[in-house]
Design a protein around this ligand. Structure first.
Ligand code: DQA
Length: 144
């Protein structure tokens, strides 16, 4: 399968910000591990990160219109909690999207317990650090 891993706002600072919550590995290091994980199973992954909501929407449209990928793994960061634009973009495309979070959003502040994306995603995985992404890849493969 061809996966598209999309990270949203502030995820470029992974490994540098709030290390107690998100760990010390950078996003680049995590992505390299994900790429190797996919390759070891005969799959491939492309990676995209943006802090700009509209660019994330554009990337989802691009994947849909260009038929470039079989599934999307999306960590939208804080956009998860309020972006109806991202929600509509996920609903608009016919590619399965897995919502992931490195931290357990249900064990943190109240506002993180709300996701406006979950309803339109195929599934949600949170709380396993970088392994949330890997679990999503396995789940999307199994669910196909
Ligand atoms: C996050 C959780 C969000 O609440 C937060 O805004 C993030 C990262 C996670 O991966 O745990 O930026 O999506």
């Amino acid at each position: 399968m061809k996966f598209l891993v999309i990270n949203g706002v502030n995820l470029n600072l992974t490994g540098k910000r709030e290390q107690g919550v998100y760990g010390t590995q950078t996003l680049e290091q995590i992505n390299a591990e994900l790429a190797a994980f996919c390759a070891s199973q005969g799959d491939s992954a492309d990676f995209y990160q943006s802090n700009i909501e509209g660019e994330l929407v554009n990337k989802l449209h691009e994947a849909f219109l260009g038929k470039t990928h079989d599934a999307v793994i999306l960590n939208a960061g804080a956009f998860t909690h309020y972006s109806y634009a991202l929600r509509d973009a996920i609903a608009a495309i016919d590619i399965p999207v897995a919502e992931v979070h490195m931290s357990n959003v249900h064990a943190r502040e109240e506002f993180r317990k709300t996701s406006v994306l979950s309803e339109v995603c195929k599934g949600v995985i949170c709380g396993f650090g970088k392994h949330s992404y890997m679990a999503a890849i396995c789940a999307l493969k199994g669910g196909k």
